[in-house]
Design a protein around this ligand. Sequence first.
Ligand code: PSU
Ligand code: MN
Length: 307
Amino acid sequence: MLTISDEVQEALAHHRPVVALESTVIAHGLPYPQNVEIALAMEDAVRQAGAIPATIAILKGEMTVGIGEKGIDYLGSRPSETIRKCSRRDLPIVVGLKADGATTVAGTMILAHMAGINIFATGGIGGVHRGHPFDVSADLIELGRTPVTVVCAGAKSLLDLPLTLEVLETQGVPIIGYGVDSLPAFYTRESGLPIDIRLDTPQQVASVIHAAGQIGASHGILVTVPVPHEHELPLEIAENAITQANAEAERQGIVGKHLTPFLLRRIGELTDDLSRTANRALLLNNATIAGQIANELTNMGNHMKKS
Ligand code: PSU
Ligand code: MN
C-alpha cells in the first residue's frame, strides 16, 4: 500500500541510513514560501550528514515515503485547508477518499515504521495543552506504541510540559537530552524539567536505539536537542507570545486538531522574524543530528551482520 521513492527504496535495500521527515510542519506549521525552503533545506541537511531523507505525506490517497521536491512544493504552496492534517485516526480517511494529507509526528511515525525507517527528525512534538489536560496529542500515544526514534527540540511551552512528561512516562518512552541536562522547550534551550538521560554523541544515542531493537521494544524513543545557542529566543518574548496566543484561542473557541496550527501561526506572527529564524535553525540542526545518529545505527547493524 506504500509508495516508496526509488532512492529511498534503494537505500533501505542496501541498509544505508535513511531519515524520515514529517509534512504537517510544511502544510500547517510554517507559512509559504518559507515552508518549502525549510523542508528542502532539511532534506539537504540529512544528505550532508550522510543519510537519505524521506519526507512523508499522503498524495491523492497514496501514502508516500520520499515525496521529493515536487511533493514538498505541492504541499507547501496549496491552501492549508485543502490538505488534511493526518494523525493516526486520519489515515484511513485520506487514503479511502484519495485526498491529500500532511502527516503529523504520529502519522509520520506510522508510515516510517511501515517502510522500515527507524529514525525521524522534526521541530516540536505535540503534547498536553495548557489548561486542557484531556487534550493529549496522539503523538504521545504513538511514541508509546511505535518503535521509531523522534529527534526534536522538545515541545513548545505553549503546552503543559510537566503533564506532557507525565504522559510520556506512562507510555514508557525514554527521553534523551542531547547535550543538555533538562528538557528543551523549542525556542528555549532548557525548561528545567527532568529528562531520563543526557547523552552527548550520536554513537551513544545509537547504542540506546540499537539496544531497544535487541530487546524488542515496541515503543519509540524521544531525542530532544536544544535550539542552537545563537538562535535561542529570549524567554520573555516567547512566553508573552504564547500567553497571548493561548488567550486568543480560548476566546475564539478553537479546539481539537485546529488548536496547534492556530497557536503556531499566531506565535509566528507575534514574534515575527525571531521565532522564524529559531524555527529554521532548530529544524536543520535536528535533521543533521538525526542523520548522524542514523549513520551510527547502520554502522552498528552492518557490523553486527558481518560478525
Ligand atoms: N509543534 C510544533 N510544530 C509543529 C507541530 C507541533 O512546534 O509543526 C505539528 C507536528 O506535526 C505535531 C502536530 O505532530 O503539530 C501536533 O498536533 P496535535 O497537537 O493536534 O496532535
Ligand atoms: Mn492537540
